[in-house]
Design a protein around this ligand. Structure first.
Ligand code: MN
Length: 278
């Protein structure tokens, strides 16, 4: 059985100051999609010269992972685990907050000075109870660090997991599969091995169709169960496509902390205030 579209979820506009932001997840009709908790779509927009750039100064996280896709512009990351990088277009950073760290996600100084195009996606992936307090990890890779599989008018950037013999450089602690896919109008892509997986599919640009049902940009889709999905591009398109093992645990989220219980949230706040996040 190939999967069909069950429902479309439009991203809701929620700008952060001058940063154009759309959020398809969580939404009023979809609190989360299995392990996939949250997606912010920043931009596309043009920063003028001498801007303040991205507004994400130092802040903590615990209990999940942030996966950030730099589509355009640059992102400077620094965290209390000692990781530092500036990632450009096509790059991805995968940060396991685990037991907790403090990071900043800002624009590099020269980008702020000269301005430029900016578009970034940030996805939050939950961790199961057994991994919530795992040691923090960070991998930041530029575009050339990822294999791209090209066929049938599709270019699949393999980030985590395996696709047509190519393995992504990120090894997810929970076996998350993650790609971005660029399609030319009339192109198509098929993903298999989906039985029992929670599939995440967001249309960043353009419009795609699955089983004759169209999903346009700025929409997240949910799919019926099935072994495979066939995605056809109605326009030149860019999609975020991943899947994960179902996660059936209670979720208690409070700002930058995502835990299983209220008590664990109180502990996270107390630990952060006590300076235990580094
Ligand atoms: Mn953050």
């Amino acid at each position: 059985m190939t999967r069909k579209i069950l429902r479309l979820y439009p991203a809701l506009r929620d700008d952060i100051g001058d940063l154009v932001t759309r959020r398809p997840l969580p939404g009023p009709a979809l609190p989360r999609l299995g392990a996939f908790l949250f997606l912010n779509h920043h931009g596309p927009q043009l920063y003028p010269p001498h801007s303040h750039g991205l507004p994400f100064g130092p802040h903590p996280h615990r209990g999940f992972e942030t996966v950030t896709f730099i589509l355009d512009g640059e992102l400077a990351h620094r965290d209390s685990g000692g990781h530092e990088s500036i990632i450009g277009p096509g790059g991805v950073q995968w940060m396991t907050a685990g037991s907790g760290l403090i990071h900043e996600e800002v624009s590099p100084e020269d980008f702020k000075r000269r301005g430029g195009a900016m578009e970034i996606l940030q996805l939050w992936v939950n961790l199961p109870a057994r991994l919530k307090m795992t040691t923090p990890r960070y991998t930041g890779l530029q575009a050339e660090g990822f294999p791209v599989v090209r066929e049938s008018g599709a270019a699949v950037q393999v980030i985590a997991g395996e696709y047509h013999g190519q393995t992504g450089p990120i090894t997810s602690l929970t076996g998350v599969f993650m790609t971005t896919v660029r399609l030319t109008a009339g192109g198509s892509v098929r993903f298999d091995w989906l039985t029992g997986r929670d599939v995440f599919l967001y249309v960043v640009r353009g419009a795609i169709a699955i089983g004759g049902v169209t999903a346009a940009k700025f929409h997240l889709v949910t799919l019926s169960d099935g072994e495979a999905v066939e995605i056809a591009a109605e326009e030149d398109s860019l999609i975020l496509f991943g899947h994960a093992e179902p996660l059936n645990e209670p979720v208690v989220a409070h700002g930058p902390f995502v835990m299983n219980t209220e008590a664990e949230i109180h502990q996270a706040i107390a630990d952060y205030r006590a300076g235990k996040f580094g």
